[in-house]
Design a protein around this ligand. Structure first.
Ligand SMILES: Cc1cn([C@H]2C[C@H](O)[C@@H](COP(=O)(O)OP(=O)(O)O[C@H]3O[C@@H](C)C(=O)[C@@H](O)[C@H]3O)O2)c(=O)[nH]c1=O
Length: 186
């Protein structure tokens, strides 16, 4: 597996190595040893999937705070998407910056604790699969609005479909977004 560093501390684009033959290919999507060698999370407790019917469906930017902070390993299983990590760790050298990458095929994004995550779909009927390191904790969820002026995330297209929760997320406020609970996660 190839781990490409990004401008965000601890965020990696993960490229599985494909072993090709006349049938097609084989690739590892997760390898405990390869992740452990790089000090990355190896314990995932949930594998999630979502289907977005329309191109331009935007989900995010979501994270869990405090003890519920979670690592995500995200892959687009069907279709294509533009995946974004936003660094909310106050003590991170890349605090406040975002990184986006197109995911399709085997390419994945590793999103560490303390980063918010979201995506916009680039094709109809896009299916996302992602593993998370901490159980879902509704009481510890926060959303940064996709168009929050504080972060000015650059999206490749305007959202055509978005949940009410995501469109109504309040403007960034360190107290509401509890970013102090994301200190010390580096
Ligand atoms: C995330 C999650 C949601 N749910 C429920 C809550 C709700 O009824 C329904 C849909 O939830 P949401 O609207 O939050 O789904 P969605 O907007 O797809 O949320 C996801 O967005 C992406 C960007 C992420 O990074 C994920 O961690 C997750 O937050 O599923 C669970 O039961 N378990 C879970 O782990």
């Amino acid at each position: 597996m190839i781990f490409e560093a990004t401008p965000l501390h601890g965020v990696y684009v993960v490229e599985p190595v494909k072993r090709e033959d006349h049938r097609g290919f084989f690739a590892r999507l997760f390898c405990d040893e390869a992740f452990a060698e790089r000090g990355l999370e190896t314990r995932f407790v949930q594998a999630n999937t979502s289907l977005s019917r329309s191109r331009g469906t935007l989900r995010g930017l979501h994270y869990q705070y405090g003890e519920a902070a979670e690592v995500k390993l995200v892959r687009c299983a069907v279709g294509a998407l533009y995946d974004v990590a936003l660094d909310l760790r106050p003590d991170s050298p890349s605090f406040g910056r975002s990184f986006g990458v197109e995911l399709q095929g085997c390419r994945m994004l590793y999103v560490p604790r303390g980063c918010a995550h979201g995506f916009v779909t680039l094709a109809p009927n896009t299916e996302v699969h992602y593993m998370v390191s901490t159980p879902h904790a509704r009481s510890h969820e926060r959303t940064v609005r996709y168009d929050d002026p504080r972060f000015a995330v650059s999206w490749p297209l305007a959202p055509a479909v978005i949940s009410e929760k995501d469109s109504r997320a309040p403007d960034f406020d360190p107290a509401h977004h509890l970013i102090e609970t994301l200190r010390g996660l580096l």
